[in-house]
Design a binder for this molecule. Structure first.
Ligand SMILES: NC(=O)c1ccc[n+]([C@@H]2O[C@H](COP(=O)([O-])OP(=O)(O)OC[C@H]3O[C@@H](n4cnc5c(N)ncnc54)[C@H](OP(=O)(O)O)[C@@H]3O)[C@@H](O)[C@H]2O)c1
Length: 301
């Protein structure tokens, strides 16, 4: 396929670009700096400079493509995670940006749009499995993701193929937050948000990349992109500690994180999310079936 990707220069994006190239796709990517343009070129990708808020520029640029993939995002660093203002760039990307991308793809006659979302928008389900049929929770931090999803659904409503990927908690090399977690674990501190028996549905960055490529074969719809086996938070923390080579550790902030209410709710709730629909639709299989294997494969200095 002839694919145009936005966000192809991010932590997930580089994995997605490599997966797309490995599957023989012709890839064009948004490049926002000469350095990233050079890196894309080295991977056999055509770099293009434009604004994702400029409908006219994107309509011109999207002509002749089979699919647009939108992985653009701007998640704040951990130190600013709890500050609502730190999320404004991400909110604009998910709301105005995704709307402009869909409008331009419609105007350019592109048949398929793949839009990134997250599965932390589901309500806490305890130990029950969560499928795409669960109704998302409309808490404030979920609204930009739901706006992006609504744009992709609007694309499907116009007779095209809108594919929404609800990614789990990203981890792996290049995921800044998980690299920080691993470094802390070396000092005996393990980050665990919420109840120890609650579930975390994660996805290794490399598997997020191959899933993005597989989304080019998926029928229109919403798909959870998570590991085959979500782990209980206590087991997820133990996997980090094992990767860090520690036999003991202090777990922080644990249930205390619940006191932060809405601002941390995406990370404290128990989400045992199923990826069955996507695997059935596309044949995709994650390289790391659970975070146990994924963390074990991760080394960092
Ligand atoms: N979902 C989760 O689980 C979660 C939760 C918390 C934290 N995180 C963290 O978030 C990161 C996730 O990786 P990611 O690939 O989604 O994020 P990322 O590495 O920050 O990449 C973001 C991508 O979007 C592009 N972008 C940013 N602003 C843009 C704009 N205004 N217009 C167009 N493109 C724009 C970036 O371009 P440039 O390269 O030009 O900047 C880059 O390609 C990881 O570091 C992870 O640790 C994830």
């Amino acid at each position: 396929m002839n694919v145009f990707i936005l966000g192809g220069t991010g932590a997930v994006g580089w994995h997605a670009v490599r997966a797309l190239r490995q599957h023989g796709h012709t890839v064009t990517a948004l490049a926002r700096s000469p350095e990233k343009a050079a890196k894309l070129t080295a991977l056999g990708v055509l770099p293009v400079s434009l604004s994702m808020f400029d409908r006219a520029a994107m309509t011109a640029a999207f002509q002749g493509y089979d699919a647009i993939i939108n992985l653009a995002t701007s998640i704040p660093p951990t130190s600013k995670f709890m500050q609502p203002d730190a999320w404004s760039a991400n909110t604009r990307i998910r709301t105005e940006g995704s709307a402009a991308v869909v409008d331009a793809a419609l105007a350019a006659g592109v048949p398929r749009v793949v839009q990134e979302s997250v599965c932390m928008i589901y309500p806490d389900a305890g130990a029950a499995w969560v499928s795409e049929e669960a109704i998302p929770d409309r808490f404030p931090m979920a609204l930009p993701n739901l706006a992006a999803e609504a744009n992709a659904q609007r694309f499907t409503g116009q007779g095209r193929i809108g594919v929404i990927l609800r990614f789990g908690w990203f981890y792996g090399p290049g995921a800044t937050h998980s690299e920080e977690f691993l470094r802390l674990a070396r000092w005996g501190v393990c980050i665990q948000m919420g109840a120890p028996n609650g579930y975390v549905s994660s996805i290794h960055m490399a598997d997020a990349g191959t899933a993005t490529e597989a989304a080019l074969r998926a029928p229109a719809g919403i798909y959870n992109i998570v590991d085959n086996e979500p782990l209980m938070k206590k087991h997820f923390a133990a996997a980090i500690a094992a990767a860090a080579g520690r036999s003991w550790y202090l777990r922080l902030p644990g249930r205390t994180a619940l006191l932060l209410g809405d601002r941390s709710t995406s990370l404290t709730r128990s989400l045992r999310v199923s990826n069955q629909r996507f695997r059935t639709a596309t044949g995709w299989e994650p390289q790391f079936p659970s975070a146990r294997e994924g963390w074990a494969a991760m080394t960092i200095t």
